[in-house]
Design a binder for this molecule. Sequence first.
Ligand code: NDP
Length: 485
Amino acid sequence: AQANIGVVGLAAMGASLSRNLARHGNTVAVYNRHYSRTETLIGEHGDEGKFVPAKTLQEFVGSLTRPRTAIIMVKAGEPTDQMINDLADLMEPGDIIVDAGNAYFKDTIRREKAIRARGLHFVGCGVSGGEEGALLGPSMMPGGTDESWQTLGPILKTIAAQAEGEPCVTHIGSDGAGHFVKMVHNGIEYSDMQVIAESYDLMRRGLGMEPQQIADVFDEWNQGDLNSYLVQITAEVLHHTDAATGKPFIDIVTDQAGMKGTGTWTVQTALDLAVPVTGIGEAVFARGLSSSPELRKEAEQKGLSGPEPQAILSDLAADPDQRKAFIEDVRQALYASKIVAYAQGFNEMQEGADVYGWKLDMGAIARIWRGGCIIRAKFLNRISDAYASGDEFGSLLFDPFFKKAVEDAQDAWRRVVVRATQAGIPIPVFASSLSYYDGLRSKRLPAALIQGQRDLFGAHTYGRVDQPGVFHTLWAGDKSEIKQD
Ligand code: NDP
């Protein structure tokens, strides 16, 4: 035995991760169901470090030093379950099986329990950054036991992205905590992408700007508070010209956003936990609407009427000063909506931690998202600072920095929501985030009316503002009130 770490599954992700491990001084055992992938990896990249290729899983396990540590990077779902079992059959108590695929956190909780019962460690590890991240430095979110982290931590630190000198990996918590946090990360990624898309739409359809001009705006935004990977690549996409037609690339792409399901999981889980993640929810629904071609076609055929965006915003578009001011308003609306979506995502993590018994260090999570992952952004330093202050708060929106940021941005944000609504440009995340903010700060919500309705039709009872207890009004009778025990 000579390899300190092994990787099973050598498709795009596994191959990149193996190379990253080997390049950083690890001796990496590699195995793939079909040996051809292993041969390709060794043939093309074998000189990048020390690899121990294995033809069989037995050979693979035999080449690992104790405690044997194997990272699984195979197709999510059934193949992952199969591979976990096959490995567990060959391993011994104390060994560590890591699933670095995109698993649903409840599957990870189930798998961890089953593997722990066999005396082995099971670590569900969220990995963000795609294929390039896996090769050059991902952000990693491992769950599992403290004991497994002692072996795995130093290895993962060698390959993680670095942000301001710190590796973008931390032990998130027990069993499914890592995959849970990775799931919420992806949900936040959906809302980040959607608010950027809404900003683009306002400039494109609202102000009639060309993609190149909008790309320049995003390049400029990337110099300030919004500095982030997603804003940077947005500019890159908008600068790009389609070689075949000479048209802006953005104009030849089908406007139906795909998804692989992690955003949906984030929202489903939030619904189960009763945490409002309106930003993420609207972002998932916006992709759903975009990907309903028949419905959209029928809407077009039926001529669903409404304002023409440019006619409404033409006054702004025509005047350079007003146009500039509106673009700045959009920037601030983007920033404020983004803060709300992150606040909601962090609330989901807090609630998940309470329900599933994890102790999540929110500041550390924000820090490991600063590098390697898709939502990497300067902004995350601010979130990390907020949690590092030691103050207890129920929402990031109550942290002095973010409170002020949203307060400063809100006039612009409100103008954008009004203008977009008048112009008929959909802004689901801008608008719902603003409603969430206003809901949160409302002293009295119309929920009182809902309680009245519920009591009337279903005797669901209500509380009173002036005394404790549970009450019901005899709506069908003399409308007297009964206090229940
Ligand atoms: P795929 O999801 O395409 O899976 C292909 C790999 O799985 C191949 O190595 C294949 O082996 C193996 N495999 C499939 N079925 C079985 C089986 N029944 N038994 C054994 N091996 C099997 O690979 P990716 O590299 O794209 O992704 C790997 C994991 O990483 C997935 O869970 C995916 O969701 C996740 N992922 C994560 C990303 C991220 O940014 N974190 C990005 C992309 C993926 P063979 O060659 O023999 O067919």
